[in-house]
Design a protein around this ligand. Structure first.
Ligand code: UDP
Ligand code: MG
Length: 338
């Protein structure tokens, strides 16, 4: 068979994943070497582990593994920047040398046997392949319900998301180039990728339990993720408050006329209840509205500053491919390999 063998890079963001790293590296290496043996991908394909400012031994494990396993390479970010940006950092590096990039979480909750299907779809000519979860039985009830709410809310707001698809996907060279043209600071890949368009396919799989360790998405991070997802894609919440404002304005006009008539007929009394209710109601509403507008201004603020999304501390990936080898080597020596 004489199919061109694409160079695949699998990007794996890791934040304090020392408990799962070795197993993840072992399993993904097996996947790559099988695919390479079958000549479905190039033997130069890589696993790019992006250490998102971990405070545990994650980076030393990555650095050490990369000296023993030619598939493994790493990128160490200068501090914790969050899953989306870590992923983007990896993709940014990988896209120049790779024909396709697959992103997957370090805890392997996503079924790695789907990677073979991804590659098959790639060979069939699909440019974007989405991994879609068939069931989420292994997630906690809380995670499942909040995730369901999130997808529903996004849908209602008119944000096009692929249902039950997280960040397990394949992008080919063209999709990567298109993605590179989205320059926003608040990256929400799940929303951006469907916007690119191109020929896409879905691969279904069952979501498993985390290999080990705990979720790195506590409620606070999840809420901020959801908020960014909404405010960077939809102005519906602002519009909602504009609408409520108009509606109340209209309503208070009618109420005003009613009040005047009542006064003329001499039926007025102290009216404490209605006053206090409207003060609380309107006060609350205004604060909510201001808060929502504030969210958008905050988003504009971060976009306008146009700050770099992440800083790279050590880059084993580019080095391996032949740039600035020396300096990088010293740096690896510099990190304590425990
Ligand atoms: N992650 C990261 N930076 C963070 C938080 C998480 O790189 O600040 C990584 C984490 O190591 C994992 C992936 O993002 O590979 C998804 O995190 P997790 O599995 O904890 O989220 P969940 O599956 O519970 O949504
Ligand atoms: Mg997970």
């Amino acid at each position: 068979m004489n199919v061109p063998q694409p160079l695949l890079t699998i990007v794996i963001p890791c934040y304090n994943e020392e408990e799962v790293f070795s197993e993840t590296a072992r399993r993904l290496t097996a996947v790559l070497s099988d695919l390479a043996k079958e000549k479905l991908i190039s033997a130069d394909s890589k696993l790019l582990f992006v250490d998102d400012g971990s405070t545990d031994r994650t980076w030393s494990l990555i650095a050490m593994e990369s000296t023993k396993n030619h598939y493994v390479t790493g990128l160490k970010l200068a501090r914790n920047t969050g899953h989306q940006k870590a992923l983007l950092a990896g993709i940014d590096r990988a896209k120049y040398k790779s024909d396709c990039v697959i992103s997957i979480d370090a805890d392997l909750q996503d079924d790695i046997s789907a990677i073979r299907e991804f590659i098959k779809k790639y060979h069939e000519g699909y440019e974007i392949v989405y991994g879609v979860r068939r069931s989420r039985q292994t997630d906690t009830v809380f995670k499942r319900t909040t995730a369901a709410w999130f997808y529903r809310l996004m849908n209602t707001l008119g944000i096009r998301l692929i249902d039950n698809h997280a960040d397990f996907r394949l992008l080919n060279k063209r999709a990567l180039a298109e993605l590179g043209r989205y320059r926003e600071a608040n990256v929400f890949l799940r929303g951006i990728v469907p916007m690119i368009g191109l020929r896409s396919a879905k691969v279904f799989y069952d979501r498993k339990e985390r290999l080990a360790g705990e979720t790195k998405y506590p409620l606070k991070k999840m809420l901020s993720f959801a908020f960014h997802g909404i405010t960077s894609f939809s102005v519906a919440p602002i519009r909602f408050f504009t609408f409520i404002g108009f509606f109340l304005f209209f309503l208070s006009g009618i109420a005003g006329i009613y009040a005047i008539i009542q006064k003329m007929l001499g039926y007025t009394n102290a009216g404490w209840a209605s006053l206090i209710i409207s003060i609380w109601f309107l006060g609350g509403l205004q604060l909510m509205g201001i808060g929502i507008i504030g969210e958008y201004i905050g988003t504009i603020f971060t976009e306008v500053k146009n700050r770099p999304k992440y800083a790279v501390d050590i880059d084993l990936y580019t080095e391996r491919l032949g740039r600035s080898g020396r300096q990088g080597h010293e740096k690896i020596q510099g990190t304590k390999l425990m």
